[in-house]
Design a protein around this ligand. Structure first.
Ligand code: ADP
Length: 648
């Protein structure tokens, strides 16, 4: 069959260019990436043979040899082979996996990358994406892949000089699996580039980055014999499962490399929880907190997740039953001694053992996060900024099994508050700093922090010196109304009319009852009631609600999601001490000012909506009213304005 030539998908080509112009300074890691892919392919081979035993039969005489990853060096020239007898790829898989990038978030990644390219941020961004196979182009000026899919007769050769094109043609391959052939660039010793055909360099890289890989990584090395030299296969890795070794014997560097393998991340993790549980249910493993949220954390969990092993045998990636969705950012491995090897995804969900493991994992993770919060606040804040919104989803989980973790989740939550400046406050810290007489934990919800900081609702607490939590994550709106007590204190939204205990009337100003009933009538389409409030200090009025239903912000969120929501009618509170209110009241009482006060009433209402960052129903009408008000005010300023025509 003819050789065919193709172009890389545009985004794939951009990634490739980034690799070739090597934004990443540590070129050694290409080998880690290729070995990691080979190891995954061997995992897949095992699973596929379990599901289709006929594949093994069909391989005929040659049968399948023991799973192995082999590194070999070309007889002549500068070539390096990384080969596996794993699941292999067919033509379609080759083009889908290698010629294109079908992953969500690629667009965002590339634009972030472009922005960061000049700065030092580029390397860490690559880490957020993980470009695996493409890293081969850092060290090679041509890369070939010869592969045959398990269960299929035909093999394929892919070849690319890294210029955005590749060729495909049929190829022979005895055993299923994949060989990546790197035509290495000449290393520039002056730049400190290493020679990847050198035995000790290769040994060193494998030991450093891939020691824990559970399949043997074999290389033929020369041994001195009596008759001179002879080649002999040597296994370069120890292959010990890292979670089966005592934690204190494993170095941070080893954990880090293992993390990079399981999480397909190039950046080190922020923290880890290693565990070994014996007695009743026996399981061990290790979970990591990545240092950054993947681009798609909020809309599609990536496939890495937490892998399930049973008695040291890989069973599946991304076992979602092991950790709740609000911990979906965790990466790592759980190895159970008790589950049956033939367990399926469907059964897992029902399995009581899995539930026990899951519960125990959640407890361990929460305890570890609490410890991090206490011991290394700065690191914890970094983690919280990345994953806090996801962790908080756990508070909204109505699953009975999850409810028991609520208390512990609340302990590790951080929120911005009026007093916290740019930082965060834990609930424990909030409660400890509560003023005498303060009965509840107060909060306001909204879309933007700066708007919340200026909310008129805060006036009610500011005067008393009560701190207020500012909840500006979209998820806060969902969780806030469901929050249980925290250390015996209730959560109260300041948006509620009765959030604070009733206030003594402390004003000498006459109660603007007449105005209140006038406003009630004029604004009856939009507000439910108008009340005189003694809690406002700076603003003339604000809007509050009197039930536990959806708050104003919730209404806004639902609307932005395209839901039809009937407008929520709220209560307008007016401040009798404010000149706007007292003047409106006087104007009304003087008789004849009704039309004016009506206009002011609409303005006052829209102003309340704007102050809380909302959208007014008819902006053009509002603008018109404001203009005439301004113009009247200027007229009132009278003689101070030069007549038209002058000064222009
Ligand atoms: P990642 O490993 O992060 O998915 P890669 O670019 O390294 O990204 O690989 C893309 C895909 O190509 C893999 O997910 C896998 O399906 C396939 N692949 C890569 N190397 C091999 C291999 N040695 N054997 C079989 N499939 C492979």
């Amino acid at each position: 069959m003819q050789q065919e030539r193709f172009f890389f998908q545009a985004e794939a080509k951009q990634l490739l260019d980034l690799m070739i112009h090597s934004v990443y300074s540590n070129r050694d890691i290409f080998l880690r990436e290729l070995i990691s892919n080979a190891s995954d392919a061997l995992d897949k081979r095992r699973l596929e043979i379990l599901a289709h035993p006929e594949h093994e039969e069909n391989e005929g005489e040659s049968r399948l040899s023991a799973p192995t990853i082999r590194i070999s060096r070309g007889e002549e020239g500068r070539t390096l082979f990384v080969s596996d007898n794993g699941v292999g790829m067919n033509r379609e898989e080759l083009t889908n996996y290698i010629g294109t990038i079908a992953r969500s978030g690629t667009g965002e990644f590339l634009s972030a990358m472009k922005a960061a390219r000049e700065s030092a941020g580029a390397e860490s961004l690559i880490g957020r994406f993980g470009v695996g196979f493409y890293s081969a182009f850092m060290v090679a000026d041509r890369v070939d892949v010869v592969t045959r899919r398990l269960g299929e007769g035909k093999g394929w050769r892919f070849s690319s000089p890294g210029d955005g094109t590749y060729t495909l043609e049929e190829a022979e391959r005895n055993e299923p699996g994949t060989t990546v052939i790197l035509h290495l660039k000449t290393p520039d010793a002056e730049k400190g580039e290493r020679d990847y055909t050198d035995e000790w360099t290769l040994r060193d890289i494998v030991r450093k980055y891939s020691d824990f890989i559970s399949y043997p990584i074999v290389m033929a090395v020369s041994k001195k014999t009596e008759d001179g030299e002879a080649a002999e296969d040597q296994v370069l890795n120890s292959g010990k499962a890292i979670w089966r070794r005592p934690e204190k014997e494993v170095t941070d560097q080893e954990y880090e490399e293992f993390y990079k393998h399981v999480a397909s991340d190039w950046e080190p993790p922020l923290g880890r929880v290693a565990f070994s549980v014996e007695g009743g249910t026996e399981f061990r493993g290790i979970l990591f907190f990545p240092s950054r949220a993947p681009f798609d954390l909020h809309y599609a969990p990536r496939s890495e997740g937490v892998s399930l092993y049973i008695r040291n045998v890989f069973i599946m990636n991304d076992c979602r039953d092991l950790v709740p969705s609000w911990l979906r950012f965790l990466r790592g491995v759980v190895d159970s001694e008790d589950l049956p090897l033939n367990i399926s995804r469907e059964i897992l969900q029902e399995d009581p053992l899995v539930r026990i493991i899951r519960k125990s994992l959640v407890r361990r993770v929460l305890a570890s996060l609490k410890k991090m919060m206490a011991d290394d606040r700065e690191k914890y804040v970094r983690l919280w900024k990345e994953f806090g919104p996801v962790i908080k989803e756990g508070l909204a989980s109505f699953d009975g099994a999850e409810k028991e973790h609520r208390e512990a989740i609340l302990e590790i939550c951080l929120f911005p508050s009026v007093s916290s400046g740019d930082g965060f406050l834990s609930l424990g810290e909030y409660v400890e700093a509560m003023k005498e007489g303060q009965q509840a934990i107060y909060y306001v919800t909204g879309r933007k922090l700066p708007v919340l900081r200026n909310s008129p609702l805060l006036e009610r607490c500011r005067e008393k010196g009560f701190d207020v939590l500012l909840l500006a994550d979209p998820v806060d709106e969902v969780i806030a109304p469901t929050l249980p007590d925290f250390r015996g204190k209730k959560f109260r939204s300041l948006e509620r009319e009765d959030a604070l205990p009733p206030e003594e009337e402390k004003t000498d100003a006459p109660r603007p009852e007449g105005l209140a009933s006038f406003l009630r009538e004029v604004l009856s389409e939009t507000v439910k009631d108008v009340k005189i409030s003694f809690r406002l200090t700076e603003s003339p009025a604000c809007l509050v609600s009197d039930d536990d239903g959806a708050s104003f912000n919730m209404e806004r969120i639902l609307r932005s999601m395209g839901r039809e929501v009937p407008p929520l009618k709220r209560i307008m509170e007016i401040n009798p001490d404010h000149p706007v209110i007292s003047k409106m009241n006087r104007l009304l009482a003087s008789g004849g000012g009704e039309e004016k006060v009506k206009e002011y009433a609409f303005l006052l209402h829209d102003q309340c909506v704007l102050a809380e960052g909302g959208q007014i129903a008819d902006p053009a009408l509002f603008a018109g009213r404001l203009s005439s008000l301004l113009s009247e005010n200027m007229d009132a300023a009278g003689g101070n304005f030069p007549p038209a025509g002058e000064g222009e």
